[in-house]
Write a protein that binds this ligand. Structure first.
Ligand code: PEP
Length: 245
């Protein structure tokens, strides 16, 4: 599989933006482009049956069904043809009190129904300043890997998203990303033999810094928030990533 670009729209976007983005990046061959849309828009991709774009949820419940107003199940995502789902984004950990245990439960629920979880990990500024970045991200990763069936772990993609770089315009340097990605892959291999973990970098990625990040040997793709909301710039970004192979 080539490099991966995952666009996280968060609670942004519109039907019109979706049409424009599909037109701009729908034919890209050298990279896989995944759009993580707000739940309310996840039935819209049915209108684009021929696009190469793949689709992701931004969040999902860990149970099949039940009295959980406002929630969406993995089965519902699967029924819509959604193949991926973000799990444990720092905004969910921060604003919706998602714990490592909850992230594991959601990851397992995704894997059981064949939806590929994109598990987000990342340290905050205080943790980085205290020299604890690798410890924090390894803990977040192992909380997931220790709890999923080893045979299914290969379907997990991890996104390293330092909290201090998300939406701030201050991206991690390629060297920092490389150091953390390498550590995550090492931790994964020591936990599940021969696991070739794919690790994306996320945090203020744009068309101007994507190439340098992609040149790092352990950066397998990017997770993009703000820069995915402007179609032409996002196409440039995707082209940079696609051109890195
Ligand atoms: C994100 O929220 O996953 C993200 C990477 O956001 P941004 O690119 O805006 O920093």
């Amino acid at each position: 599989m080539g490099p991966l670009v995952v666009a996280n729209w968060k609670m942004n976007g519109s039907e019109q933006l979706l049409k424009t983005v599909v037109r701009e990046v729908g034919g890209l061959a050298e990279a896989t482009v995944v759009l993580a849309l707000p739940a309310a828009y996840l039935s819209l991709p049915k209108g684009f049956p021929d696009t190469s774009i793949e689709w992701a949820g931004q969040n999902v419940h860990w149970l099949d069904s039940g009295p959980y107003t406002g929630e969406v199940s993995v089965g519902m995502l699967a029924e819509l043809g959604v193949g991926w789902c973000l799990v444990g984004h720092s905004e969910r950990r921060q604003h919706f009190a998602e714990t490592d245990d909850l992230v594991l439960a959601k990851t397992k629920a995704c894997l059981e129904l064949g939806i590929r979880p994109i598990v987000c990990v990342g340290e905050n500024l205080q943790e980085r300043k205290a020299g604890k970045a690798l410890e924090v991200v390894s803990r977040q990763l192992l909380a997931v890997l220790n709890g999923v069936p080893s045979a299914l772990a290969q379907w997990i993609v991890v996104a390293y998203e330092p909290v201090w770089a998300i939406g701030t315009g201050e991206e991690a340097s390629p060297e920092i990303a490389q150091e953390v990605h390498e550590a995550l892959k090492r931790a994964a291999r020591s936990n599940i033999k021969a696991l070739e973990l794919r690790v994306l970098y996320g945090g203020s990625v744009n068309a101007d810094n994507a190439s340098a990040l992609m040149r790092m040997p352990d950066v397998d793709g990017v997770l993009v928030g703000g820069a995915s909301l402007e179609a032409v710039g996002f196409r440039r970004l995707c082209e940079q990533v696609a051109g890195s192979v």
